[in-house]
Design a binder for this molecule. Sequence first.
Ligand code: GUN
Ligand code: ZN
Length: 481
Amino acid sequence: MPITFEILEKDIAGRLGRLKAGKRSVRTPALLPVVNPHLQPVTAGEMQAMGAEGLITNAYIFSRSEDFRERALSLGLHRVLGFDGLIMTDSGSFQLSVYGEVEITNMETLWFQQSIGSDIFVPLDIPTPPDADRAQAEKELGLTMARLREAKELLGPDAPLAGPVQGGRFQDLREQAGREVGELGFSFCPIGAVVPLMEAYRYGELVEVVTASKKGIPASSCVHLFGAGHPAMFALAVAMGCDIFDSAAYALYARERRYLTPSGSAKLDELQELPCPCRICRTHSAEELRTSADCERLLALHNLQVSLAEISRIRQAIQDGVLWELVDERCRSHPQLLKGYRALLNHAGSLEASDRVSKRRFFYRGSESCARTEVIRYHALIERILLPPRVLVSMDGRELPGFDLALPFRPPFGPYPPELGETFPIGQSEIPDWDEAMVSAGCRGIRRLIESHPGCRVAISCPDEWIGVVRKEVPGAEVIF
Ligand code: GUN
Ligand code: ZN
């Protein structure tokens, strides 16, 4: 049976959806915890009890293991792991990226993944490191695409196959790879080889790689960000249109005695308090957790709960249309995340096309909010407002004689017809006292109004303190003060 993906709600380029593979399904955005059968601090059954609807494991490890290979082949993965949710298997490509080679072919891994009853199989793609040159990226992408074609030919069009998108750091290659993977009929597309970017906090580059890949991948496909990761970056990735994450971070961080929070991580040995509502943190002091014989496992349980809770928070934010606010909050917890956030805002023009029309609210959270999709969309709408010959944009609320219409002004959007005063975003925006960034953005709205209505006389009634900004942003305008 093919993989299907249904989109139920949208916010920015993020989606609430349902991914189905065979008879199993997960709600998205989803986190698939990584299960390593050899060293597993948390069992798959415990993960299911914590709300994980799917998990990912490495078929290569199963195929090379004396213990697990035969059991997986005879009992199937779901029984071996004690998990009846969706199980995705990876091919060994990650080992390939770490060790340089693997003792398995594309056909062998696909046959093995199918034989152990995996719900989603991954071909043996080649993860090109971000610092590889163009020749290497092109060559390896060619090989990856040949293996994806081989997988489709071998298993048929309806096999539950993932189609990884590679291309290194080259945006045109990523876009081309995304398009070709879509044309080959893959409806589930992991974006690959981004782990080195995330490990080095290169979130600005991550945003460029994901954005380029998403340009090529069909909008209806489910997108998996391979190897992500830390809960602090989930909201940013969802805003770009990533639907699935897989994370070993909960276990890797626990091994290093690191305590995850939705906004970062801390060294357990430096904590006096456990600032989290999960059962482990409420029933242990920091000292008790540190000295527990079970410390690694308890920390892994906490880390996983934090990660799963963040996914729930993101799903609720999409439902409410407040994902921008959550992205803004998370991305202020680390300067490199802020860099990623700003890179995302630079793409707001193209994100606007996928954003939804109406949301619960627009909370102004500082100058970054001026670049949001809602502001861009409102400025485009300004061009379509029908105006009489003489219009006053009233920034100070005054109504002056000699005008056919006075438009009130709401930064960061700009002038608006009174009829739009109760509709989104004007009516649902909450702003503090005006600041220069929001007034400048609103003035760009006035400029847009003037440029798109050349037959109208548009004057601006402006409070004294904002005259400088108005003159700068709307040069040549008729200003009344
Ligand atoms: N895990 C993390 N990155 C990758 C990747 O690029 N390909 C595969 N198959 N697995 C991964
Ligand atoms: Zn906790």
